[in-house]
Design a protein around this ligand. Structure first.
Ligand SMILES: [Zn+2]
Length: 299
C-alpha cells in the first residue's frame, strides 16, 4: 500500500482495492472506499496522519466487503462520517445481505460468511444522490455508475474520477474472465457514460491509474458483449443455468475452486440471463422440475 499524489488536492492509496483521497483547503480528507478490514484501514489512517490530513468523511462506492470492511475501524478511531447511496446503505448496515443474496436469499453457509463476503456493519450517516454536493467539507460530484451493483457510484473531484468497480484494469480483466456485474443493461449504460467523461485521470478500484479511460472501458464492454454472444450461442439448445455457467467458464478460462468463486459467477450468469429474458431473446421452459433457457426464436 502506498499513498500517491494524482494532482492538486487529489491523492489515492494503491492497494488491492484502491482508495481515493480528496483534501480541502483545511487539510480535511474525504476518503473513497476503505479496503477490506482493520489492518488495511489502520495503514490508511497512518498514511493520512503522516501527510497531516484529518479524515472527515468516507464515501463507500458500493457495499462489497472489500470496499467497506475497513470502515468501522476508521469511524471508531477518527469519528469520520459515512456516505453511500440508499440502496447500498441497506447492505452496509445489514451486511448479511451480501452473502444472503449470493446464496439465493437463504442464510449463507460458513464459507460465505468470511471477511470477503460478510463485512462488519457500518452506519451510513447520510445518503448520497448523484450530482454535485459538499461532502464532509469537499465539493465532489457523485456519479451514478450502477451495473456492478444496483447502487454503485463513482466520485469526481478536481479532474479525477474514482470509478469503483464500474470497469476493471485490463490485466485483471484477463484474469477474471467474466467480471461481476449484477445489472447488464445498467453496466452498458455506465460504459457509455464513462466514455463521455472528460476527467484527466480515472482510478478503477482494481487496476492502475488511467489517463485515458476509453481503451479500458472498450475492453470491459467487449467482454460483456462477448459474454452475451456466447451465452446466446449456448442457448441454441435448451440448457439449465448450471450448464450455461459451466460452458461460459470454459469459454473465458475461469476455474471455480471454492464456494465464493462459484456463487459470484452464479450471480453474474443470472445477471446475463435476466438481461436476455427482459429483451425476450431467451425463454424459460420447465421439464422434470428443471428450468431450461433457450433462444426465443428456437421455440
Ligand atoms: Zn465490487
Amino acid at each position: 500500500m502506498q499513498l500517491n499524489h494524482i494532482k492538486d488536492n487529489i491523492y489515492y492509496i494503491s492497494a488491492p482495492v484502491n482508495m481515493g483521497i480528496i483534501v480541502n483547503e483545511r487539510g480535511e480528507a474525504l476518503l473513497v472506499d476503505t479496503g477490506i478490514d482493520d489492518s488495511v484501514s489502520r495503514k490508511v489512517r497512518r498514511m493520512l496522519e503522516e501527510k497531516g490530513f484529518t479524515l472527515k468523511g468516507i464515501i463507500i462506492t458500493h457495499a462489497h466487503a472489500d470496499h467497506c470492511g475497513g470502515a468501522p475501524y476508521l469511524v471508531k478511531s477518527t469519528g469520520a462520517r459515512v456516505y453511500a447511496t440508499g440502496i447500498e446503505k441497506t447492505v452496509l448496515e445489514y451486511p448479511v445481505w451480501e452473502p444472503v443474496y449470493l446464496f439465493g436469499g437463504a442464510y449463507p453457509p460458513q464459507p460465505l460468511r468470511n471477511k470477503f463476503f460478510l463485512a462488519p456493519g457500518v452506519v451510513v450517516d447520510q445518503e448520497l444522490e448523484p450530482g454535485v454536493h459538499n461532502v464532509a467539507g469537499s465539493e465532489v460530484e457523485i456519479v451514478d455508475l450502477a451495473g456492478h451493483t444496483l447502487g454503485q457510484v463513482g466520485v469526481a473531484a478536481g479532474g479525477v474520477l474514482f470509478c469503483a468497480d464500474a470497469i476493471i484494469g485490463q490485466d485483471i480483466l484477463s484474469k477474471h474472465g467474466i467480471p461481476l456485474n449484477t445489472n447488464i443493461h445498467r453496466s452498458l449504460e455506465t460504459f457509455a457514460l464513462l466514455e463521455e467523461r472528460r476527467e484527466s485521470h480515472f482510478l478503477p478500484a482494481h487496476g492502475a491509474l488511467l489517463e485515458d479511460i476509453k481503451m479500458v472501458t472498450a475492453a470491459n464492454r467487449r467482454r460483456v458483449e462477448d459474454t452475451i454472444d456466447h451465452l446466446l450461442s449456448l442457448m441454441s439448445i435448451r440448457r439449465t443455468a448450471e450448464e450455461i455457467l459451466a460452458a461460459a467458464c470454459a469459454k473465458f478460462g475461469v476455474h471455480i475452486g471454492n464456494p465464493g468463486q462459484y456463487y459470484l459467477m452464479h450471480l453474474t450468469v443470472l445477471a446475463y440471463l435476466s438481461f436476455l429474458l427482459d429483451k425476450k431473446l431467451i425463454t424459460p421452459t420447465y421439464r422434470d422440475n428443471r428450468q431450461y433457457f433457450s433462444l426465443t426464436s428456437a421455440g
